[in-house]
Structure formats: C-alpha cells, structure tokens
Write a protein that binds this ligand. Structure first.
Ligand SMILES: *[C@@H]1O[C@H](CO)[C@@H](O)[C@H](O)[C@H]1NC(C)=O
Ligand SMILES: *[C@@H]1O[C@H](CO)[C@@H](O)[C@H](O)[C@H]1NC(C)=O
Ligand SMILES: *[C@@H]1O[C@H](CO)[C@@H](O)[C@H](O)[C@H]1NC(C)=O
Ligand SMILES: *[C@@H]1O[C@H](CO)[C@@H](O)[C@H](O)[C@H]1NC(C)=O
Ligand SMILES: *[C@@H]1O[C@H](CO)[C@@H](O)[C@H](O)[C@H]1NC(C)=O
Ligand SMILES: *[C@@H]1O[C@H](CO)[C@@H](O)[C@H](O)[C@H]1NC(C)=O
Ligand SMILES: *[C@@H]1O[C@H](CO)[C@@H](O)[C@H](O)[C@H]1NC(C)=O
Ligand SMILES: *[C@@H]1O[C@H](CO)[C@@H](O)[C@H](O)[C@H]1NC(C)=O
Ligand SMILES: *[C@@H]1O[C@H](CO)[C@@H](O)[C@H](O)[C@H]1NC(C)=O
Length: 505
C-alpha cells in the first residue's frame, strides 16, 4: 500500500504546502490575439498565451492557455483588467464572456464600465489545451458506493484504467493541471496583459485559485473577491463531511420550501419522503431518462445517460446545479426546476437528474476530476474504510448518503498512475499578511461551498473581510442582491464592508 504510506507520511510531517515562485519574467509571455471562432458575438476578443507545461522547467515544453476579453465600455474610467473564474474545477471562464457578449448579462455595469473583463480558461479546460481521456471507460465507471470487496476492487481497477487512458491520450499535461500551476499561469497572464495589478473575481473553485495566488504573489494584488469559498487547507475528513452536511442542509431547506410554495410542482406533499422513495426506487431499478437518448428531440440528446440510478440522483441534485440558485436567474434556473425534475422522475422521466455521457475523448466531463485528483487527498485505502465512510455519510446526510464532490474525489482518485502535487495544507502566513484587503463572501446555506469552509479559511487570511449573505444558494455574484452591490463597490472603489456584516440578499 504505497499510496497509503505516502499520505500517512505527509500527514505525520504536517508540512506546510508552500509554493516557490517561478521565474515568470524569464520567458516570452506575449498574448497573441486571434479571431474568435466564426459566429461569435461582436465585441468578444480571443487570445492565446503559451506557458510552460511544468513551471519548474520554464524553458521546457509549452502549452496553450485560451482566453477571451471584453473591453471596458468606458475608456476614460477604466481601472484595469478583471480576471474571472466561474468554479468547477473544470468550469470554462470563456463561457461567461460569451454569454455577456451575446447579451445575457452576468457581469454588472460597474464592472463592465471600469474593467476589461478577462475570462481565462485554466489549463486543461475549455479552449486551453484539453485533457483527453477514453470516453468509453468514463461512461462505464462503476458505483462509488461499493457493496462488497469485489465491487470495491472493480471501482479501483476501472478508475485506474480511466486515469491511465488520460495519461496515454494527454501525456504529461495531466500531471500539471493542479491549481498551483494555474496560479503561476494567472501571474504570467497578468504580466502579459501589462495592465497593472491583479483584480480577481473568483467563484467557488475560483476562490481556491485566489487564496493560493494571494499566498504566492501577495504584492501583485489590487483586489480579490472570493465568492463561495473552497477551503483547501484542511483534512480530507473535515472537507468531505462539511460538504456532505451543507448539501444535506440545503436539500432539506428545499423540501420545506417546495412543500409550501405554490409554484413548486410538488407543492402540498411531503417532498422529503418523496425524495427518499424516489432514490430507493431508482436503487432497485434505474429510471429511464428518455431526453438523453441519442434519438430524443431535446437539447440533452446524446449528452447524458438514458437511465438514472439512486446514486445518480444523490450526486446530481448537487452536481447538475439544481440547488445552486433558489430564485430563477438569467443563467441558471432556480429551485422550481428541481421540483420539476423530481416530479418528472416520479412519473418515470429522470432526464434532469441524469449523469453526463461522454461522446468523444475531448469531453469536458472529466476535467474537474483530473484537476481535483491532483489537488486533494484520496484517503480511502480499503473496502472496510470505504464502508465506514458510507455509514458516516448516512449519519451526516440521510437523504444524500454523503454523496458530494469531495466524496467523489476521495473514492475516484485512489492510486492513480499520476500523483497529487498540490495537496491541501496550511498557507504561507507571512505572504498572506502582505496581501492587501481581500473580500470573501459566503451564503449561510450554500449547497456546495460550506459556510464552515468559509469560516475556517477566513481564520487563515489576515487581510480578508468575510461578508455573510443570509439565505440560500451557491455563491452570491450574479443574483443582483445586496452582496453583489458590495462586491462591485469593493472591486471599483476598494470600499470594504465593516467586519461582521450580514447582507440580507
Ligand atoms: C514572443 O512571442 C511573440 C508571439 O508569439 C512573437 O511574435 C515574438 O517574436 C516572440 N519574441 C521572442 C523574443 O521570442
Ligand atoms: C478514445 O481513445 C481510445 C483509447 O485510445 C480509443 O480506443 C478510442 O477509439 C477513442 N475514441 C474516439 C471517439 O476517438
Ligand atoms: C407533475 O407531473 C404530473 C404528471 O406528469 C403532471 O400532470 C403535472 O402537471 C406536473 N406538475 C407540475 C406543476 O408540473
Ligand atoms: C423528459 O424530460 C425532459 C426534461 O424535462 C424533457 O425535455 C423530455 O421531453 C421528456 N421526455 C419525455 C419522453 O417525456
Ligand atoms: C422537435 O421539437 C421541436 C420543438 O418542440 C419541433 O418543432 C420539431 O418538429 C421536433 N422535431 C422532431 C423531429 O420531432
Ligand atoms: C443505461 O444507458 C446507457 C446509455 O445511456 C446504456 O449504455 C446502458 O446499456 C443502459 N443500461 C441499462 C441497464 O439500460
Ligand atoms: C482532441 O484534442 C486534441 C488536442 O487538441 C486534438 O488533437 C484532437 O483532434 C481532438 N480530438 C477530437 C475528437 O476532437
Ligand atoms: C512565504 O512568503 C514570504 C513572503 O512572501 C516569502 O519570503 C517566503 O519565502 C515564503 N515561504 C515559503 C516557504 O515559500
Ligand atoms: C464608487 O465611488 C463613487 C464616488 O463615491 C460612486 O459614485 C460610485 O457609485 C461608486 N461605485 C460603486 C460601484 O459603488
């Protein structure tokens, strides 16, 4: 059990995971601006930057970062560039620049007036050099809740075979898509833009990039917003259980809301009981998802599984972003859609709760997994331990049984042929003290980034102020509330809310 030993050793040393600064200035870092793909909206600029595959070898092999830019609408009031990350890991920032340019606004007027909005796709993601893996191995990965030794072994073997296919099809790139490499890329991009210090709006996973950036390049920062916080400083057990608990908490709040809210399709019923029955039914026999069939007349045709298990349901209420926004917004539909998903599933159509189905070897489905496996501990080392964790999940989260993104990484990344290189750990406190004031924002009831994660991270960021938002949903920028106005006023004017501020929306 080499891998177990490796982790035990690391835990025993409790070595702070500090990073060393790469020689960013010593390579040719100019952005080549190119035409965007045909049919792109006006005003969208596309660029590429070559960066070293391995930042410890700045003159070695190079890879391509793809980015998009929207120019500030007010030249005279321009403050600089604002870089954005939407989360994931694996989320493509360029998607949001495209939406914005196409007239579906995400970035508010104070931001588009004062900043060039820069949407860089992290390495391995979107229009940056892609992570290729064998789609058919991905599509046939087995349950993450094995019931016996044999199923556990099958989980390990198939996960390892999948990871080997990524190594075979993508080469060394898959060893270097960790977040610390992304942090160096962001610094290279900032220097290449030549537009002053960093302004950063990071949502969800984008907060991890931000925290690690602040601990590495504290003097390069003008402003950083960390919205919906990922705590990459703690033990795996804390990280996973806090996520399981916050997902369960938000799901239960949804059940209560749906029971008493007219527009929810299951209004007037015991929605908690309906959910448990539905998942149990899908455990014994998968529910069809006809909208996923390649022949279906839907936008999801061919891109999701045509049958949905109980495990799919437990993961995908979170994973398909059905709890992300309580109220409907321009980009995502609100909790009503989850009500519809459950209602349709109870009638035998579970399309909205289906897992992704990869149609080719460059699919975007696994990017987050590969990045996550380089960034997080996979501590499970035996079936007995996994069984223990399953029962812990049941205790903490009876509706979802502990299914969560962190649980997925802990069980899917075991013993991969390429090893983690940016494991969680204490950040460089000296550096973080040098950083200018940073704004953190977190909702009390966030289905993905736990309020507990935010508190623990906040305690380690001496220059940060944590703005709490009352209420539900993942992150706060984009829902046009009080928190969004505070974020915009900080990014534009560097106005910081008082400590202990609680925003009502
Ligand atoms: C740097 O890269 C740019 C764009 O790829 C290229 O035009 C330029 O010649 C390069 N400069 C050097 C010194 O290599
Ligand atoms: C994906 O990669 C596998 C392994 O190399 C290969 O067998 C398969 O043909 C590829 N699939 C596609 C759709 O290219
Ligand atoms: C819930 O599903 C039933 C059966 O398909 C359907 O008749 C009803 O309209 C749905 N309710 C809502 C509010 O969508
Ligand atoms: C199943 O549900 C999906 C998602 O709401 C919908 O697009 C599709 O038309 C439905 N299919 C059938 C056969 O009812
Ligand atoms: C697919 O659905 C659209 C809109 O619902 C409809 O206009 C179209 O005729 C349908 N196509 C087929 C092949 O059923
Ligand atoms: C489930 O759906 C997938 C494709 O979406 C298919 O390959 C598989 O055979 C189905 N399994 C069952 C048991 O129907
Ligand atoms: C996948 O990406 C690689 C690297 O960019 C490219 O060479 C290959 O053609 C792509 N394959 C498909 C099926 O798009
Ligand atoms: C921590 O940050 C300080 C200040 O930026 C720096 O001088 C020091 O080298 C860093 N320590 C490590 C171990 O990276
Ligand atoms: C920034 O400050 C100016 C001057 O006080 C004010 O007019 C403006 O509304 C502020 N901008 C934001 C986004 O809060």
């Amino acid at each position: 059990m080499k891998f177990e030993l490796y982790h035990t050793l690391l835990a025993a040393l409790a070595a702070p995971a500090y990073a060393t600064s790469p020689p960013t200035a010593s390579f040719n870092n100019s952005i080549s601006w190119t035409a965007c793909e045909a049919g792109s909206p006006d005003g969208l600029h596309c660029g590429q930057l070559q960066v070293p595959l391995d930042w410890s070898k700045p003159h070695g092999e190079m890879i391509t970062l793809g980015l998009m830019k929207l120019e500030a609408t007010s030249k005279s009031e321009k403050l600089g560039s604002l870089m954005f990350n939407p989360g994931g890991p694996g989320g493509a920032a360029t998607t949001m620049c495209k939406y914005q340019a196409a007239g579906v606004p995400f970035f508010g007027k104070p931001l588009t007036d004062h900043f060039d909005i820069i949407c860089p796709d992290p390495r391995g993601v979107g229009i940056s050099s892609p992570i290729s893996c064998d789609a058919s191995l991905w599509n046939h990965l087995p349950s993450l809740f094995p019931k016996n030794e044999e199923e556990y072994q099958r989980l390990l073997d198939t996960s390892k075979a999948f990871a080997s296919s990524c190594l075979e099809l993508s080469g060394d790139l898959v060893r270097h898509v960790d977040t610390m490499s992304v942090v160096h890329d962001i610094e290279a991009l900032r220097l290449a833009l030549g537009d002053g210090k960093l302004n950063w709006l990071g949502i969800s996973y984008g907060t991890q990039v931000a925290a690690q950036y602040a601990a590495t390049y504290p003097e390069s920062i003008r402003s950083i917003v960390m919205d919906g916080n990922v705590d990459h400083t703690s033990t795996e057990i804390y990280t996973t259980n806090a996520e399981a608990a916050t997902y369960e908490d938000e799901l239960v709040r949804f059940f209560e809301w749906c029971s008493v809210t007219e527009c929810c399709p299951l209004h007037g019923q015991d929605v908690s009981m309906l959910f448990l029955d539905l998942a149990a039914k899908a455990d014994s026999e998968a529910i069809p998802a006809p909208g996923c069939l390649a022949t279906a007349n839907t936008s999801s045709a061919g891109s999701c599984r045509s049958n949905v298990t109980g495990e799919d349901i437990r993961f995908n209420v979170q994973g398909n972003s059905l709890l992300t926004h309580k109220d409907e917004t321009a980009i995502a539909l609100g909790w009503g859609l989850l009500g519809q998903a459950l209602n349709e599933s109870l009638q035998g159509n579970a399309t909205l709760l289906s897992s992704g189905w990869a149609t080719d070897n460059n699919s975007s489905l696994w990017q987050g997994l590969v990045i996550g496996c380089l960034d997080w501990y996979a501590t499970t080392d035996s079936f007995a331990q996994n069984e223990y964790r399953q029962s812990l999940g049941n205790a903490i989260a009876p509706h979802t049984k502990g299914a969560s993104q962190s649980y997925m990484l802990n069980t899917r990344c075991i013993d991969w042929p390429f090893k983690p290189k940016n494991l969680p750990g204490k950040m460089n406190e000296t550096a973080l003290r040098q950083a200018p004031p940073i704004l953190m924002v977190n909702a009390e009831h966030d289905p993905e980034s736990s309020f507990l994660w935010a508190q623990n991270l906040y305690a380690q960021m001496p220059s940060a102020t944590l703005l709490t938002r009352q209420g539900d949903g993942h992150a706060s920028y984009g829902n046009s509330g009080e928190a969004q106005a505070i974020i915009e006023s900080y990014l534009v004017n560097l106005t910081m809310p008082a400590k202990n501020t609680i925003a009502k929306s």
